[in-house]
Design a protein around this ligand. Structure first.
Ligand SMILES: Nc1ncnc2c1ncn2[C@@H]1O[C@H](COP(=O)(O)OP(=O)(O)OP(=O)(O)O)[C@@H](O)[C@H]1O
Ligand SMILES: [Mg+2]
Length: 382
């Protein structure tokens, strides 16, 4: 029997974050362009190097979870090839939208290819955890969402050389958690099931604490939604948790609108392109875009700090609040400034590698004894 790889996939409005045990995390912007049937191929270029795979995605995906078998250009390649791309709609439902499936299967295929760069046919088995936002998750759609991933899917990666790599992905078992709640698994435990110790300041001393039995807040700032999730250890508290219907996307789209009005010959056509300029300090338009975005982001930071503080006050006794998600990377400086002005920095922690916290938590969950138990119970085998 082939080995079962363990994975956590956080397929978001902005990007797929994928953590596979034993590998570096993978990030792929959630944008695609469908390749028309007859594309001329020149077959003169070399194969894509394993480390460059996610920047050069050209794949055909066949899966029962998708209506049609199609060939797609995905992620950064949409921008570098100057294609018109589709992103997730602002009000999309992740449990039925096809994009999370397209992104997740592609990510799993790339992960398998990185391990076997020389093979033309790869069989890869996975145990997987995925997530849905607090605002939309119900027991029914969580179950349905997990089930659409289970089974066998085929992803064919097209190298520009003409070499095709066929990856047969078998997802043995999949569980769907709530976004934000998934992050708490990674805050409390690691992939080996060990309790994570966090260094915190207590009466001027640095001490190690764990969160196995503590109530804390996970504040995940995404592109489309923000999750404000309360848990005791990894036990999700639905009564105290809530989802906010906005993330950083609204503000980014506003900044893009103003930018395009002022720069009609250098338009920014989607959020992925915005991110490429905003997060690359060497991009020639970087400084101008930062200036153009400053006010909108400060205002958003204010709105989010208010939501965060209201939730902290509702919980009383200054619970630890972990702030993460790509939005936390984007807004950290403004949010810290506002928190400092309000003298409210107590127990607010901006986690490192904020964009991968949920995906890593999902991987921790996939590696947990809990996951194995559920798999055994439902499938009768492990
Ligand atoms: N390294 C990065 N690369 C790309 N975008 C980043 C990065 N760091 C922060 N961001 C910003 O964070 C925002 C939110 O990203 P994130 O990946 O958390 O959203 P998401 O999880 O896809 O969205 P949602 O949770 O609403 O579905 C992005 O729109 C982007 O502007
Ligand atoms: Mg997210």
């Amino acid at each position: 029997m082939s080995k079962t790889r363990k994975a956590g996939a956080d397929a978001g409005n902005n990007s797929l974050k994928l953590c596979v045990k034993g590998q570096e995390p993978i990030l792929i912007p959630s944008i695609y362009s469908i390749v028309p049937g007859l594309t001329p191929s020149f077959f003169e270029e070399a194969d894509i190097a394993p480390s460059e795979l996610e920047k050069n995605i050209d794949v055909t995906i066949s899966s029962v979870a998708l209506n049609e078998k199609r060939r797609y250009i995905i992620g950064e390649k949409v921008i570098t090839d100057k294609l018109s791309g589709s992103e997730m709609e602002s009000k999309s439902d992740k449990s039925t939208d096809e994009l999370p499936v397209i992104m997740t299967l592609t990510g799993l295929a790339i992960s398998a290819m990185k391990e076997n760069p020389e093979l033309d046919r790869i069989d890869a088995n996975f145990d997987l955890s995925v997530a849905l936002p607090v605002l939309t998750i119900t027991p029914e759609n969580a179950k349905h969402n997990a089930e659409r991933f289970m089974g066998t899917h085929t992803v064919t990666f097209h190298h520009p050389s003409g070499r095709n790599v066929v990856v047969t992905i078998k997802i043995e078992y999949c569980k769907c958690l709530v976004e934000g709640g998934s992050g708490s698994w990674g805050i409390v435990y690691d992939e080996k099931g060990q309790v994570v110790k966090h260094k915190v300041e207590l009466n001027d001393n640095i001490v190690d604490v764990d969160f196995v039995n503590k109530m804390f807040l996970s504040f995940d700032i995404g592109a489309g939604t923000t999750e404000s999730v309360v848990s005791k250890g990894v036990v999700f508290n639905p009564r105290l948790s809530e989802g906010l219907h906005y993330g950083v996307k609204e503000s980014i789209l506003n900044v893009i609108k103003i930018w395009n009005r002022n720069n009609p010959r250098q338009t920014i056509d989607n959020i992925t392109e915005f991110n490429e300029i905003y997060f690359n300090s060497e991009h020639p338009r970087h400084n101008r875009l930062r200036d153009a975005a400053e006010n909108a982001f400060y205002q958003l930071a204010n709105r989010l700090v208010t939501a965060l503080l209201n939730k902290i006050d509702e919980l009383k006794d200054d619970p630890y609040a972990f702030v993460y998600g790509g939005g936390a990377a984007l807004l950290k400086d403004s949010m810290l400034k506002i928190l400092k002005e309000k003298k409210r920095l107590t127990n607010v922690v901006f986690l490192k590698d904020p964009i991968f916290v949920n995906a890593r938590g999902l991987l921790v969950y996939t590696c947990s004894a809990r996951f194995e138990e559920m798999k055994l119970k439902q499938l009768g085998v492990v």
